[in-house]
Ligand binder design. Sequence first.
Ligand code: ADP
Ligand code: XUL
Length: 544
Amino acid sequence: MSDLFLGLDCSTQSFTTIIINFESKEIVFTNRVIYDNALPQYNTKNGAYFFKNSVVHSNPLMWVEALELSFENLVDNGLAIEEIKVISGSAQQHGTVYLNKNFKEVLQSFDSKISLKEQLKNVFSRETSPIWMDSSTSKQCEEIRKALGGLKSTIRITGSNTFERFSGPQIRKFYQEDPNAYFKTSIIHLVSSFISSLLLAKNSPIDHGDGAGMNLMNIKSKEWDLKALEATAPNLKEKLPTLCKSYEIIGNISPYFVDRYGFSPETLLVAWSGDNPNSLIGIGLTEKGKVGISLGTSDTYFSYMKDLYFDLKGEGHVFGAPTGDYMGLICYKNGSLAREKIKDKFNLTWEEFSEILNQTPPGNHGKVMLPYFFPEIVPFVLEPKIYRFGFGEDDLEGNVRAIIEAQFLSMRLHSEWINERPKEIYATGGASANREILQVAANIFNKKIRIFKISDSAALGAALRDVKSYYDFLGKEIKWSKIVSRILHIQNCEVIKPSRNYKELYADMLEVYRKCEDFSLKNGQNPEKIRKEFIKKYFKNKKN
Ligand code: ADP
Ligand code: XUL
């Protein structure tokens, strides 16, 4: 018998399962259900429905079916399911699931002979769920921000400015556009607390990590903020689950899963959290000075924070960290899907894309792109638009290097508020498999980048949170650093070193990039003078 710990991740494009054996220091199983491929009946594209007017939703029943497929996979692979001691999970942040009065009853009377999907057919008061890619709530953001006393006050109360994708503005929009359905909603879950409610067979709490991404939780007291609730929608408090610590054991697994898949009835459940708080643990960021970049559907830059700092400019966010402290985060919509736009436009494979990065010079002959293929969060851009300085849309080499340099220059520029200076950077997410992309990042940040072989850091983070809560529960507390080092083997991770040759070049290019952004988005000065100087300094023998 061994103690196994299960981490799940309901992310934008896929549902991941990871099992770890803490004693033998191994990841014993991983599996990924990609929604578009495994569940084509839902007709999603990259896991989502892209409607008009920047509305982006997904389907909660698809997530339920993905959970079922994942558990069936454990059975099919002959895993020792009864040896799983604890389950926790991760989910894409901010997305909301709207449930009617049937939900509670259905949870209480799960029948293990019938699939969950079948039993949950009539529990939704809104069939689809707005997700983090939705940017249709500018009006509601403004209304809530105003009611909370303006930008700085909103940030100090909730940890973030109001953002289009955050749950509060989304809930307000639903209430305004479909008040009947809103009033028929008994409970509003986050994606994380929704899936966790199924495992628990009762309404599960929302943890402080994911709760902070709603513009509804007071970031200091970690309770629902009554003023924010009032600014959002009527009777909202009674429609929200309770809040809890991220390491809280919320109960045992429901008999449904014991009967249907063979879990032990003793299996404990730890509160689920958002993918970013989970990734913080999944790549071992449990101390100051450690920074992560996650290159998934969204790109994120995040850092553990012992103390609470705010981005009073309003671009970044503060979430609860699973350790009980805080994390700072900036999030880009134009992550992998924007990189894919360039890759697909020129019919490239990732290998060909990478080869071009290898063959083009850092600084890109002064060609600068602002890549807003989708509405962007950082900096705030509502209408998709690509700005190109010094090159055109058909310049293959120019575009490939420009998008990658733009993404990391923007991260360097907009993460300045997080007062924890990075010593080194830990990379995760689908695109972290790409060494050439990471080499550009290492050069731009002028920091070492460690790559995790496992790109499923969110699911792994959930499994590591299981371990922490389990040993705390047994009264045998183990330090976070010990838990993460036992499984992550950080010393063995491949390291990409920055080339010293480009330190100055990228410091200069950052200023060019800053000017291009200011010019395009804030009516700043024309950047051509500084861009030409940059070209002269680094590419003087070459033609622009
Ligand atoms: P999420 O968890 O948000 O669903 P992932 O972390 O799984 O997303 O990342 C998926 C993305 O990874 C894909 O959209 C794809 O563009 C990107 N990706 C996969 N392999 C590579 C590669 N070799 N180079 C660059 N990007 C890659
Ligand atoms: C973070 C954010 C995304 C989602 C999906 O604020 O919106 O990272 O969590 O990954």
